[in-house]
Design a protein around this ligand. Structure first.
Ligand SMILES: [Zn+2]
Ligand SMILES: [Zn+2]
Length: 249
């Protein structure tokens, strides 16, 4: 019997050493017609409909093997178009992100600059250098005192701080039940060195967590810290300090 010699095709893709791969071939490249093993087939990612966790058919990105070698696939018109469109999409994304960053900077830049003026200690230095007089800020608590004719509530001073009266500024404060309101309060900037406090945090985080300002009302020979709230208008605060120091408009 004369048997035809059947030799399975082997992968013809050259390895780094220059020798052909030689692994049993699975397909033939449709462009250059070289025999290819599975590891030398070009692959791409396609969206394939599969049953998702909720039982619905959903498109999932899956790697698919192509009937083409990597060299031919890399120069195929479809692949070149895909690479080009991906490049363009990345460029558009980058441009959009930059535009967003710029617009955020335009909105938040002046505020961050104002926050920086306070948390860096520059505002305090300016007030000290200009010799602006400070006021006394009391923190009080109301305690029950027993007297001859029964008990009564008495407000007592529990701590004393000093600071500069900046003026009436806008504050955000919690009105209870997750409702926050805004209105103006007489505002004192406390005299304290915070320039090195929370130094690992961003300017805005430092401005939020360091107690730079307090809401007050007139009390005794000074003011009473009414507590709570967050200064809302840092830009107005910076302007007011600069005005006080004679360095603003
Ligand atoms: Zn090929
Ligand atoms: Zn191979």
């Amino acid at each position: 019997m004369n048997q035809a010699e059947v030799r399975p095709a082997v992968c013809e893709i050259p390895l780094r050493s220059g020798k052909p791969c030689g692994v049993t071939a699975k397909v033939r490249c449709m462009t250059c017609e070289r025999a290819l093993c599975e590891s030398h087939q070009a692959t791409t990612t396609r969206l394939v409909d599969e049953v998702g966790p909720d039982g619905r058919l959903l498109p999932f990105p899956r790697t698919v093997h192509l009937q083409m070698c990597e060299a031919c696939f890399a120069t195929s018109p479809a692949e070149l178009a895909r690479i080009e469109s991906e490049k363009r999409a990345a460029q558009i994304r980058q441009e959009q992100e930059e535009a967003k960053r710029q617009s955020l900077l335009q909105i938040h830049g002046p505020r961050i600059e104002a926050e920086e003026y306070f948390v860096s200690g520059a505002a305090r230095q300016a007030l000290i250098a200009a010799g602006i007089p400070k006021g006394v800020v009391y923190k009080t608590e109301t305690i029950q005192k027993k007297g001859l004719f029964g008990s009564r509530w008495v407000e007592t001073i529990v701590s004393t701080q000093h600071g500069w009266r900046i003026g009436n500024l806008l504050w955000t404060y919690d009105a209870g039940g997750d409702v926050s309101l805004q209105s103006t309060f007489l505002t004192i900037m406390l005299d304290q060195d915070i320039s090195n406090a929370l130094s690992n945090y961003t300017t805005t985080e430092r401005a939020t967590h360091l107690r730079v300002f307090v809401r007050v009302e007139p009390y005794a020979d000074g003011y009473k810290d009414i507590g709570g709230g967050h200064l809302a208008d840092w830009i107005a605060a910076a302007k007011a300090v600069k005005q006080l120091c004679g360095t603003g408009i």
